[in-house]
Design a protein around this ligand. Structure first.
Ligand code: SF4
Ligand code: FES
Length: 197
């Protein structure tokens, strides 16, 4: 298979053609934080936590590593004062919505994010879309989806599908970076298809 050669954090690395920067970095043992990425799912680019600096022709841009292609001769930096500041701000915004997420709290410690920088607006779901995409792309059930848009956007189980599909699956539960998904399922289960005692 033909390879693409690029530089990441000062190291020459090679990546399979068509690989993303995230895949190229991980294959070289270089860690980039992610939230909405899952290796079984199509690239999504929703959370921007994987932001890195990519330089080509002397021009550097901030890009999302999970969707940006590993291009020949690209010079990539995964950590810098600027990158860390962007990640810190993203984490501070996410923590306003999901202050109890262990995954976000751990990243907040690593990046020195202030958990109280923004007023709490706990919606618990951080719209990573992992549950929705996993159910659609991997399980092909579409038992959970997004409803509404913008600030009103939220996930919702489709009771008619969830009643038949979810009890023997629940694979999405462990993907959720907050406790929202499980709570939403318990709610729809108790309202729409309560288990028999
Ligand atoms: S419920 Fe959890 S997994 Fe689903 S979109 Fe919200 S945060 Fe992501
Ligand atoms: S992990 Fe890349 S945008 Fe979310």
């Amino acid at each position: 298979m033909s390879q693409t050669r690029l530089q990441i954090d000062g190291r020459q690395v090679s990546a399979a053609r068509g690989a993303t920067l995230l895949e190229a970095a991980r294959a070289a043992g270089i860690a980039i934080p992610t939230l909405c990425h899952h290796e079984k799912l199509r690239p999504y680019g929703g959370c921007r936590l994987c932001v890195v600096e990519a330089e080509a022709g002397g021009v550097a841009r901030l890009v999302a590593a999970c969707v940006y292609p590993a291009e020949q001769d690209l010079v990539v930096r995964t950590r810098s004062v600027k990158i860390d500041k962007v990640r810190r701000t993203i984490l501070e915004l996410l923590l306003a919505h999901a202050p109890h997420s262990p995954q976000l709290q751990e990243l907040a410690r690593e990046y020195g994010a202030d958990e109280d920088r923004f007023g709490k607006d706990a919606s618990f779901c951080v719209h990573c879309g992992l549950c929705v995409r996993y159910c659609a792309e991997v399980k092909q059930k579409h038992a959970v989806g997004f409803i509404d848009r913008g600030v009103r956007k939220e996930i919702s189980f489709v009771p008619q599908i969830a009643a038949g599909a979810c009890n023997d699956c629940k694979e999405c539960f462990e993907l959720c970076p907050t406790s929202y998904l499980q709570a939403a399922f318990v709610l729809v289960e108790s309202l729409a298809f309560p288990r028999q005692a």
